[in-house]
Design a protein around this ligand. Structure first.
Ligand code: MCN
Ligand code: CUM
Length: 795
């Protein structure tokens, strides 16, 4: 492990322009900062029509009738599609990414507020929206189920009564770990603490909402679908299966994406409706949702009610963790996650500690809420896992009257234990936790902060210091263990070096702001020794890129990054054979230096990659079996996931009069192994920390008793701005992944995973003088104030 300290925000004007890894400015930014990005809504096709969705005003209701006569009479309306029409096309229900089905349009029953009821196609967006109000729908309102805790009551309404034989709302029961062993460890432990910990429903709320432009060409039967998607290839295969259009006649194009955060993994009814609209009308159809539609109907995140328990010796040796989880999946099980993992990667709730035992059960239930569940930079629910264990460790520290940082240091998995097999079946690839923790404490001035807190407490001021330490599991596959609807999780890469030495690399993952056009070019640059500006990265178009599973779970660098490194190495090896032919020598007599093969012992005689590329395409006599190009392709199936980690410290001040929480400082030390572009990594961390402040203090999607969504606009669903966040203080350690081609681990979700527990731990620490040991997110002024009065909730 190498430990570095780098001042955060080193500022622009960083002239460091290495060939390969390093702090280079993003290649995509000139087009974004000049307003030349090309987003979905920028797409305009000749003859294009516009779709709008009529949505259910209630959460649970039998559909009695729909009358579209008046809407169809609108002069600009071209067609109106209802669930009945889709039944005729066998498209009323579509498979989800979790082996369930979801209604594209309601045929029988409304199951959440905002559900899709009818689709209007008109000449312009305004007409389409106006016509929604001309549709008459009669509903027979049913009692809604909004409280997951009541989902399994015998008298609970059965939400999915369209499934034959279904009499309850249970989706799955899942368990992992050794129950008996864990019970035995708990029974013999000196100290056990228990806590119900709720991770509320939140929403990724990307800046750009979801949308699609469908262009069906009937003569050749070709579908071009422009979509806001994080996974173009997986979508194409699913459309082929669902719509029966041959896969080679479907082209998915994912243009510039204005943020995804897991919101753009699934296939939404609106996408399918745009396709149906195009087939029915013979015109391209655009559908773009508005902000409320995005917040109310697309993939939410979390909604886990966790009963947690932690066992330890009285000296503070943590022995075991166990938990029962009630998972609210909404009306359809549409979470985007590997097939074998109904609770995602939640089983990493064992955290960064060397436990003797661990056990968990997760029960998934249907409620009258929007479907989803795996989104918002969650690393497949590592967010919930880390929040659970890091809250429990803090509650334990309080009980034992130990410093929370010391308690963690005492229990970390030791460097010599890696690769480490945890109690729920993960093999942590590499880690060195103590230096990261110590570095964050040093950057924070931890002891000094504790002294300051003591003084302030004596004066009645409320200052809190929160610590969290996390280990993530990111970068799925391998394909033998992980698939999405049967598609194994591996990724392809194709690299072409053109005659003049300029290269194009084609990848199957999708950038939504993470800077792949820069970092993937840097990987090629590092391996081939050519400048990153001479490498173009192509993604987001199934006609232009090799098959692969797409971007989520921070898998781009761990999987696709591996593919890109390996394809570049393949080109380098091919270049060696061609160079040998050009130099009339044997390949084994050549040596590599960045960018060039040269003759051992005679460095002046050599060929650069550009010269070799020209040679390959020129008239040089090539060795047997070598094609006349400098191209290669690979599909990379990673042997394991990668396990990045980090140590976070948060300092808050709480206003004793109002309960308002101010995040005064936040120190984040991250370890994502080999760092490709430190500036991009810092950007990812800053963004994730901001997400954390949002979730810990502001964001929640709640429902009233009637099933009305209370977070359907940015007036109600509060997201943080620059005003609510401090200047982030970042540091890092480097513990490479032993199995990844360049030693890199993912970073895209680390800060979102690690920061909420640090902030809540800080708030609870600030409230210690009131005897508060836990409070649920978001720690809004009203809730903090209630906690100070000894109440669980504001009145
Ligand atoms: N990187 C690096 N060195 C490493 C690891 C990563 O330089 N050791 C760089 C990568 O090359 C890439 C970026 O950091 O440019 C993030 O890489 P990675 O961790 O592989 O994550 P992904 O690219 O797969 O991005 C997905 C992740 C997820 S799942 C969510 S959710 C999220 C996140 O990224 N959504 C985002 N960060 C986001 N950032 C933006 N701006 N927008 C989103 O929608
Ligand atoms: Cu869980 S959000 Mo990201 O994995 O796309």
């Amino acid at each position: 492990t190498v430990i570095h300290e780098r001042p955060s925000n080193p500022g622009a004007g960083d002239e460091d322009r290495p060939i390969g890894f390093g702090r280079i400015q993003r290649k995509e930014d000139p087009r974004f900062v000049r307003g030349k990005g090309h987003y979905l809504d920028d797409i305009v096709l000749p003859g294009m029509l516009h779709g709008a969705i009529l949505r259910a005003p209630v959460a649970h209701a039998r559909l009695v009738s729909i009358d579209t006569t008046n809407a169809l009479a609108h002069p600009k309306v071209v067609t109106v599609i209802t669930g009945k029409d889709l039944l005729g096309l066998k498209l009323a229900w579509a498979p989800t990414l979790s082996a369930d089905v979801q209604a594209v349009l309601v045929t029988d029953k409304v199951r959440f507020q905002g559900q899709e009821v009818a689709f209007v196609v008109a000449e312009d967006r305004y007409a389409a929206r106006d016509a929604l109000e001309l549709i008459d729908v009669e509903y027979d309102v049913l009692p809604p189920l909004v409280d997951a805790r009541k989902a399994l009551d015998p008298d609970a309404p059965v939400i999915r009564d369209e499934i034959e034989g279904r009499t309850d709302n249970r989706i799955f029961d899942w368990e992992i770990g050794d129950k008996a062993e864990t019970e035995a460890v708990f029974a013999s432990a000196d100290v056990v603490v228990s806590q119900e910990i709720v991770y509320p429903r939140v929403h990724p709320a990307p800046m750009e909402t979801c949308g699609a432009v469908a262009d069906y060409e009937p003569v050749e039967g070709r579908l071009t679908l422009y979509e806001t998607t994080q996974a173009p290839h997986a979508h194409r295969t699913l459309y082929a299966i669902v719509a029966g259009i041959p896969e080679h006649k479907i082209r998915i194009v994912s243009p510039d994406i204005g943020g995804g955060f897991g919101n753009k993994v699934g296939i939404y009814p609106g996408y399918i409706l745009a396709v149906v609209g195009s087939i029915v009308t013979g015109h391209p159809v655009k559908w773009v949702e508005d902000r409320s539609e995005n917040l109310m109907s697309t993939s939410f995140a979390r909604d886990y009610i966790m009963q947690g328990e932690i066992a330890a010796t009285k000296e503070g040796k943590i022995l075991a963790v166990r938990t029962n989880v009630l998972a609210d999946h909404g009306a359809f099980n549409a979470t985007a996650q590997p097939t074998k993992n109904p609770a995602g990667f939640f089983s990493i709730f064992t955290g960064s500690y060397d436990l003797k035992a661990a056990y968990c059960t997760v029960t998934g239930v249907y409620t009258n809420k929007a479907p989803g569940g795996v989104a918002y930079a969650c690393s497949f629910r590592v967010t919930e896992a880390v929040y659970l264990v890091e809250r429990l460790v803090d509650i334990l520290a309080r009980k034992l009257e130990m410093d929370p940082a010391e308690l963690r240091l005492k229990n970390f998995i030791k460097p010599e234990q890696f690769p480490y097999a945890n109690k729920t079946g993960w093999i942590y690839d590499s880690g060195n936790y103590e230096p990261a923790m110590r570095l964050s404490m040093q950057l924070a001035g931890y002891d000094e902060l504790r002294r300051e807190q003591k003084e302030k407490r004596a004066r009645g001021e409320l200052m809190g210091i929160g610590v969290s330490f996390f280990t993530e599991t990111v970068g799925a596959g391998p394909r033998k263990h992980f698939d999405i609807v049967g598609l194994g999780m591996a990724d392809g890469a194709e690299l072409r070096v053109h005659p003049t030495g300029k290269a194009v690399v084609r990848i199957s993952v999708q950038t939504q702001g993470q800077g792949h056009e820069t970092t993937f070019a840097q990987i090629v640059a590092e391996e081939l020794g050519i400048a990153p500006e001479n490498v173009d990265v192509v993604h987001g178009d199934t006609d232009q890129t090799p098959f692969g599973l797409g971007t989520y779970g921070s898998r781009s660098t761990p999987v696709s990054g591996g593919a890109v490194a390996l394809v570049a190495r393949k080109v380098r090896e091919k270049a060696k054979l061609i160079a040998a032919a050009m130099l009339e020598t044997r390949p084994e007599d050549l040596e590599w230096e960045k960018g060039r093969w040269f003759v051992k012992g005679d460095p002046s005689v050599g060929k650069t990659i550009a010269e070799i590329a020209m040679g390959a395409h020129g008239t040089v006599a090539l060795p047997e079996g070598i094609d006349g190009n400098l191209d290669a392709e690979v599909t990379y199936d990673p042997p394991n996931l990668t396990f990045p980690f980090g140590a976070y410290i948060c300092v808050v001040d709480v206003d004793p009069g109002t309960g308002h929480v101010k995040v005064r400082r936040f120190i984040a030390v991250d370890d994502c192994g080999t760092r490709i572009n430190p500036m991009i990594i810092e950007g990812q961390v800053h963004g994730g920390l901001t997400d954390g402040v949002g979730m810990a203090l502001m964001e929640i999607i709640e429902f009233d008793e009637a099933g009305n969504c209370l977070g359907g606009s940015f007036m109600d669903y509060l997201i943080p701005t620059a005003m609510e966040v401090p200047d982030w203080e970042t540091g890092f350690t480097v513990t490479p992944s032993p199995h990844h081609p360049i030693g890199a681990k993912g970073i895209g979700e680390s800060a979102t995973v690690g920061s909420p527990p640090a902030i809540v731990n800080a708030v609870v620490d600030a409230l210690a003088p009131f005897g508060v040991t836990h409070m649920d997110m978001p720690c809004t002024p009203a809730r903090v104030w209630a906690a100070m009065q000894g109440r669980a909730r504001p009145p």
